[in-house]
Design a protein around this ligand. Sequence first.
Ligand code: NAP
Length: 259
Amino acid sequence: MSKINGKTIWLTGASSGIGLALAEALAEKGARLILTARSEATLNELAERLPGNHRVFSLDLSNPENAFQHGQDLVANETIDVLINNAGVSQRSAVLDTDLSVYRQLMEIDYFSVIALTKSVLAQMQARKQGHVVTIASVAGKVGSKLRSGYSGAKFGVIGFMDCARAEMAEHNVHFTTICPGFVRTQVSHNALTGDGSKLNQEDPDITGGISPEECAAAIIKAIEQDRDEVIVGKGLSKLAPTLQRFFPNLVRKLSAKR
Ligand SMILES: NC(=O)c1ccc[n+]([C@@H]2O[C@H](COP(=O)([O-])OP(=O)(O)OC[C@H]3O[C@@H](n4cnc5c(N)ncnc54)[C@H](OP(=O)(O)O)[C@@H]3O)[C@@H](O)[C@H]2O)c1
């Protein structure tokens, strides 16, 4: 049975980058999408042009309690087959220059709201004895590097959370796939938070040299279809980094300090 065709998939971060490419590819494969982000007008336009019948469910994920409540309201009227936790915000600022409020903001969006949405769908998935939670973490959730301390912290955390949830839910036939992309050519660096919470609004050469959002979306869909637990997606050093870290941790620490 297809994991995508005919399934209801709740996708966050659908207005841009990886989420937008995922929305296009999933709709093409026959999924019915519930599209989430803050930019309601963009989502409406997207829902209109995608093949199939989709729903816009705009939500600000910077308030996890609010996100949980909205998630519960959604699940009261919808059966969710797959939740894709894709929305996220990155960071470009050194520890000493970063306000505590920025760390909190990164954790609210990249960690607590991911937990909130996952919890909001999980009881239904357990009762139905089927479901799939997909989370777009990052290579930054495997390997620490400069200027991303809050982002990395949130992504490391989310990978650990999903490992625990996978173990708890295995007996209920609820699956968990964690995706760790390396560099992908999206708006991520433009939208990254700096030390005072303002957006970086700049291109990042690492991101420019990354894979396309479409390539990333294709790899994510393959991982969902194959029920993979965790997949590293990307090219070059950003893809190799988690393996290097595992076998040559000192080398990776030295490289991180130099870059
Ligand atoms: N690009 C990369 O190199 C890369 C690498 C590793 C991991 N990732 C991860 O991939 C995911 C997607 O990022 P991207 O690269 O596609 O970046 P992007 O182009 O900046 O897209 C981010 C998405 O998240 C949504 N979002 C941001 N803040 C939100 C909030 N407070 N409430 C609701 N939605 C919010 C945005 O929608 P609105 O602004 O409309 O709300 C947008 O749809 C993120 O989790 C990111 O950490 C990206």
